[in-house]
Design a binder for this molecule. Sequence first.
Ligand code: 5GP
Length: 209
Amino acid sequence: MEGKLLVISGLSAAGKGTIAKELVNRYDDFVLSISATTREKRGNEIEGKDYFFISKDKFEEMIKNNEFLEYAKYVNNYYGTPKKYVKDMIEKGKNVILEIEMQGALQVKKIYDKAILVFFLPKDAKTQRERLISRKRETIEQIEERIKQAIVDAEYAIHYDYVLVNEEIEDSIEDLQLIVENKYDKSKNATSLNILKKIVRDIKEEYNV
Ligand code: 5GP
C-alpha cells in the first residue's frame, strides 16, 4: 500500500520540527524528507540530516532540472523538497513528512491532492517569543522578523486540512497519528483558528502594525 504524504507547517517556533523528528524516531513507518536550502547552516545543524545546504546557483540549477517537488523563498532564502526521495518512500509504503512553509505546502496540495496538510501553532504569542529566544538560533532582529512573519503566515491556516495547537508534544504526536488514520475530529479546527486569531492580534499590538 502507498504511504501518505503529511505536510507540516505552522508559525515559527510552534515546535513542528521537534514533533516531526519525534514521530520518525518512534515509528518505522514514518520518514522525514530532507530539504535543500540556501540559508546558512546554524551551529548545531548537520549537512544531509537537517538540510542539504547548497548555493543559490546550485539551487537554481535544480529548479531548472525539475528536481523539486516544490520550492519557495522564505525570509530571503530558497527552500525546496527534492522530488525523488519522497516518491520512492511513498511507493515503499512509508508515510513521508514534509516540514515546509506555506507556499510550498499549497504547491504540494495542488499537484498531489491526497497530501494531508497540518498547520501547527504555539499556544500563545508569549510562548512563541520565549521559544524563539531560548533556542538561541537567531539574532534578535531575525527573531522579530520571524514573529512578524506570523501575521502573514496565519493567513494560510484556513487552507490547511488540520490546525493544531502544540501544547504537549505527546498530544500532538497522538493527533498526527489519528490524522493519518483519518480518525481526527476536524471540528476541533475552529478552536485552533480562534487561538491563531488571538496570537495575531497580540503580535500586531506589540509591533503597532
Ligand atoms: P528554518 O530556516 O527555520 O530551518 O526554516 C524556515 C522555514 O522554511 C520553515 O517554515 C520550514 O518549515 C521551511 N522549509 C524548510 N524546508 C522547506 C522546503 O523544502 N520547502 C519549503 N517550501 N519550505 C521549507
